[in-house]
Design a binder for this molecule. Structure first.
Ligand code: PLP
Length: 373
């Protein structure tokens, strides 16, 4: 099986799987306990927090573990804005966990949505035109999960803060973390979300950076875990799995250059084999994600055929259960007919060149099935 839907989720790495098992069956203690075995677990989790914080360029006490990135994004959207007269600004390229949540808050706050360029990045000038004295929060995606388009978070945050120094900025870094150099100090954001299952860690664990000094009323209250920000017994196996997934990754510079080469290889092979193919991911997008439309093909039919033959590719966002037309592509101005032929291929750190070559052959090999629409 060739798996090229890694933006949806990734295989748990062997080191992460070992940690999951160990902290489920051996060191399974509640880290809130006062006996030695529980304290050892707490120390292990604090080491994990410190390590992940260091990879993000923040302090350990600015990083909070949550149950998923969707929860972290909800927490920020629902709690960072204190006054009902305030405005929230998001982009049209947000993941549903931000987009849908912001739309649900429309009765409480003003909501403004900044449009995308044809390359899938936020239109910066249109975004800045939405920032005024009433803007309390801007939430924007770092790397788009559909197209890999990269928003220049540092530059955008700087401009937002110049326009309104009190405005808080959240970036959803789920598709960026470990795949782009991320340094929260230089990004200048107040909140940043990452998720374990996109980086070869387990599902059901994520981390949220909250800049020191920012107070948020918890979304999940109770026993006061995670410094009162997120109650509930800590998911120790998940956290330790997350940590071990990140800790044993190969050097990012090496991985990035390998993925850039694979990205170019795939584009070249597909362009050679399929006349009329259209790429929606720019060449400056994340090398891990390549979105394209095949002429005449219905992507859903094609992906079912491919999966039976042993190739798994993505169709729009797997996070979205809705059958509506792909919002992000349609906001980029991609016509409906092309959206119907859209495939998203997303690579992992372990994807090989051989897999890329076979995938291109298999996709091109099935195109004969589709006549002109
Ligand atoms: N944000 C982005 C950009 C994503 O791609 C996803 C999942 O696809 C999420 C948030 C949600 O992550 P989780 O599954 O951890 O809730």
């Amino acid at each position: 099986m060739i798996y090229l839907d890694n933006a949806a989720t990734t295989r748990v790495s062997p080191e992460a799987a070992d940690a999951l098992l160990h902290y489920s069956t051996e060191e399974f203690y509640n880290m809130g306990g006062s006996y030695g075995a529980a304290v050892a677990v707490k120390n292990a989790v604090e080491d994990a927090r410190a390590y992940i914080a260091k990879t993000l360029g923040c302090a350990a006490d600015e990083l909070y573990f949550m149950s998923c990135a969707t929860e972290a994004n909800n927490f920020v959207l629902r709690r960072a804005v204190k006054s009902h007269k305030s405005k929230i600004v998001i982009t049209a390229g947000e993941h549903a966990s931000v987009y849908e949540t912001a739309n649900r808050l429309k009765s409480k706050y003003d909501l403004a949505v900044a449009p995308l360029t044809n390359e899938g990045r936020v239109d910066k000038e249109r975004l800045f035109s939405l920032i005024d004295k009433s803007t309390a929060l801007v939430s924007l995606i770092h790397v788009n999960n559909e197209t890999g388009a990269i928003n220049e978070i540092a530059e955008i945050t700087r401009r937002i803060k110049r326009l309104n120094p009190d405005c808080l900025v959240h970036a959803d870094g789920v598709q960026a973390y470990t795949k782009l150099p991320v340094n929260l100090k230089s990004l200048g954001v107040d909140f940043y979300t990452v998720s374990a299952h996109k980086v070869n860690g387990p599902k059901g664990v994520a981390a949220l950076f909250i800049r020191k000094g920012i107070s948020l009323n918890p979304l999940v209250s109770g026993g006061g875990q995670e410094d009162g920000r997120r109650s509930g017994t800590e998911n120790v196996p998940g956290i330790m799995g997350f940590y071990n997934a990140v800790k044993y990754k190969r050097d990012m510079v090496v991985r990035l250059s390998e993925k850039r080469n694979q990205n170019v290889l795939l584009r070249n092979l597909l362009s050679e084999k399929i006349a009329g193919i259209k790429f929606h991911s720019g060449e400056d997008a994340s090398p891990y994600i390549i979105s394209f439309s095949l002429p005449y093909a219905r992507a859903e039919v094609l992906s079912n055929i491919l999966s039976e033959k042993g190739l798994i590719v993505g169709l729009g966002s797997a996070c979205s259960q809705s059958k509506e037309i792909n919002r992000v592509l349609s906001e980029m101005g991609v016509p409906k007919s092309e959206i119907e032929g859209n495939i998203r291929i997303s690579l992992s750190d372990t994807t090989t060149d051989e897999e890329i070559i076979s995938a291109a052959d298999m996709i091109a090999g099935e195109m004969f099935r589709f006549g002109k629409r």
